[in-house]
Design a protein around this ligand. Structure first.
Ligand SMILES: [Zn+2]
Length: 307
């Protein structure tokens, strides 16, 4: 079982790295916060990645046996919103037929796609010590942020997302033959695509944000058939889960200061068993809002339930 924990870049510390290594975590995931401010959070991370001090921290993580990955809502970062004034056609059409700069872009516009892909290559170049797994997700929104233009509207949101991912994997493989790209099954993209077939090395990343965190998946009668359909569509080999068990940003309603936090160990174990039986061998959880500011308030975070 590959175990990954995702934290905000600014929360990384020697202590966090030691904690992950001690508890058998395989991958340190850096996750700039989502929401509408996601491009700013990505910029801030890229700034950190240029500094010697931060690179030393990541080198320490690697020497402690951790692999490094980066996962982020990237669409608004990849297609600069400033282009809206001169090229509204690059952006998505909303339900009312108006082009809008808010969220994502038009997946049928070749120039917009080219801008997204060349930005993605530049972004990939800046991800210090990254594994060749790329998690450049569409923007962070619950509903209604697909493109409704004449060409895009034939596709579901999951299909629109996969159009982008298929183009992305082809582009990244030009210089990174081992690249793999995440398809995030999340909110609007929870259902499998219908019209678009995934290219090789697109993997499922199942992130059930709408689940009940107070009950195990079995206790809430989670729809195993739905998850199996996603796995069947994308393939089992690299399929992975992204959970919220240790996500104190979730439990703090994404507002600082962080709330006191204790993971439900029995629930985590039961859910890992549920996922393993479905065939997942790569499982992650967010573990945000457990950095130094958390420690100053409440002491060290306990991630032992993930062992
Ligand atoms: Zn469109």
């Amino acid at each position: 079982m590959v175990k990954r924990l995702l934290i905000h870049p600014e929360e990384l510390s020697i202590k966090w790295i030691d904690r992950m290594a001690q508890h058998g975590i395989d991958v340190l995931g850096l996750h700039p916060a989502g929401g509408e401010e996601s491009p700013k959070h990505i910029e801030n991370m890229l700034y950190l990645l240029k500094t010697d001090a931060y690179r030393r921290l990541l080198d320490y993580a690697v020497s402690s046996g951790l692999k490094i990955e980066y996962e982020m809502h990237a669409a608004s970062f990849l297609v600069d919103r400033k282009l809206f004034e001169s090229h509204p056609e690059y952006f998505r059409m909303d339900e009312t037929g108006e082009r809008t700069r808010r969220m994502n872009f038009c997946f049928s516009n070749p120039e917009a796609m080219e801008i997204a892909l060349s930005s993605a290559e530049k972004l990939a170049d800046q991800l210090y010590a990254s594994e060749p797994n790329y998690y450049f997700w569409l923007d962070d929104d619950q509903k209604g942020s697909g493109c409704q233009c004449e060409k895009c509207r034939a596709y579901s949101f999951s299909d629109q997302q996969l159009l982008f991912e298929n183009a992305l994997i082809k582009r990244l493989k030009r210089n990174r033959p081992n690249a793999k790209v995440s398809h995030l099954a999340y909110y609007q993209a929870m259902r499998p695509p219908k019209a678009v077939i995934p290219e090789t090395d697109i993997f499922l990343e199942y992130a059930p944000i709408e689940r009940d965190m107070k009950k195990s998946l079995r206790a809430q009668n989670a729809d195993a058939a739905h998850i199996e359909a996603l796995i069947a569509f994308f393939g089992k080999e690299n399929a992975r889960v992204l959970e919220y068990w240790f996500d104190n940003s979730y439990f703090s309603s994404w507002k600082k200061p962080p709330k006191p936090f204790r993971a439900d160990g029995a629930l985590v174990k039961e859910d890992i068993d549920f996922y393993s039986r479905l065939g997942f061998s790569n499982i992650a959880s967010f573990a945000c809002f457990l950095g130094e500011d958390y420690e100053a308030l409440y002491g060290s975070a306990d991630i032992s339930a993930f062992e």
